[in-house]
Design a protein around this ligand. Structure first.
Ligand code: AMP
Ligand code: MN
Ligand code: MN
Ligand code: MN
Length: 287
């Protein structure tokens, strides 16, 4: 398999905080030339069967996917899992536990927004939620746009819902060790998602990469919708330094909100090992 394969191994459906169904995403991925696809909803594998079936109907190869929320040195880090068994019980239980605090957190976010005069945010956000176990900041962001508080979701995250801003509620997610273990023990590969997004010092980032690797993590996103071209290069270097394979994914959420569409990113730098080479036996091929 070649590294220029059009693989898109990171996106979201209505089962987490995307706005398209797994079927509509598969159709869109195919229309943009994707050959190998993974749906990676946050903390949830409930869309995997539909996504795999839709990929097959569209003539694309498929890898199972998930994006697990982790707390590492007091920051939220996302770990993508690829090619695992979606029926694995320990993984499902871990994800259920990780999702568990979202309802209470959403109520607290709403109470905090109330203090700055934004009323009914919980009920407002719920209108955008496709899966009641998965209420997220994105759903609040859509409500704040709909109600005219902000013009677009990016503006919401600049002014609200992030550390130090109204509507931000500190939350503890899964540990790095647990998230990597759930993925690896379910037969998959763990991937550090969009590393440039985190606000770690160089020492903390080194700790993230080395602990991740120590727990059995094997890959890092290099080419993602969250990185600039300069960041593709710096994380290609990190991949080489840490002996990690490289992944590629748009992180597509919505036609109206996402700047990077499915399948439109540049290929991975040629000298890196593409993560799908570690997953050859896990790819669901066409019949
Ligand atoms: P949560 O898991 O509830 O904390 O929500 C995290 C989600 O919010 C991410 O997966 C993104 O979809 C979205 N998000 C976070 N920061 C931003 C941002 N600056 N702009 C747009 N969306 C964001
Ligand atoms: Mn998201
Ligand atoms: Mn993420
Ligand atoms: Mn994502």
């Amino acid at each position: 398999m070649i590294s220029s394969l059009n693989a898109d191994l990171h996106c979201h459906s209505v089962i987490s905080d995307g706005t398209l169904t797994p079927e509509a995403l598969a159709e869109r991925a195919k229309a943009h030339g994707v050959e190998l696809w993974a749906l990676t909803d946050h903390d949830e594998v409930g869309g995997q069967q539909r996504a795999a079936a839709a990929a097959s109907a569209q003539g694309m190869q498929y890898l199972s996917g998930v994006e697990i929320s982790v707390t590492f040195i007091d920051q939220t880090v996302h770990i993508v899992g690829l090619g695992f068994d979606p029926d694995n019980q320990a993984l499902q239980q871990g994800l259920r536990r990780t999702r568990g605090g979202r309802g209470q957190r959403a109520l607290e976010m709403s109470a905090d927004l109330e203090k700055v005069g934004i009323h009914g945010a919980y009920e407002g956000a719920l209108k955008f939620v496709g899966n009641h176990e998965l209420i997220s900041r994105t759903h609040f962001a859509r409500f704040l746009v709909e109600s005219g508080v902000c013009r677009e979701t990016n503006e919401v995250f600049r002014k609200y819902l992030t550390e130090g801003k109204p509507g931000y509620v500190e939350h503890r997610w899964a540990s790095l060790k647990d998230a990597v273990r759930w993925i690896v023990e379910a037969g998959g590969v763990a991937v550090i998602a969009h590393p440039a997004r985190y606000k770690f010092t160089a020492t903390e980032e080194f700790a993230l990469f080395s602990e991740f690797k120590g727990h059995g993590g094997q890959a890092v996103e290099v080419v993602t919708g969250s990185h600039t071209p300069a960041e593709y290069i710096s994380y290609a270097t990190m991949a080489t330094e840490f002996g990690l394979a490289a992944s590629r994914g748009s992180d597509f959420h919505s036609p109206l909100e996402s700047h990077t569409d499915l399948g439109t990113l540049p290929p991975l730098p040629g000298h890196l090992t593409p993560v799908w080479e570690l997953l050859v036996s896990r790819i669901q091929r066409l019949q």
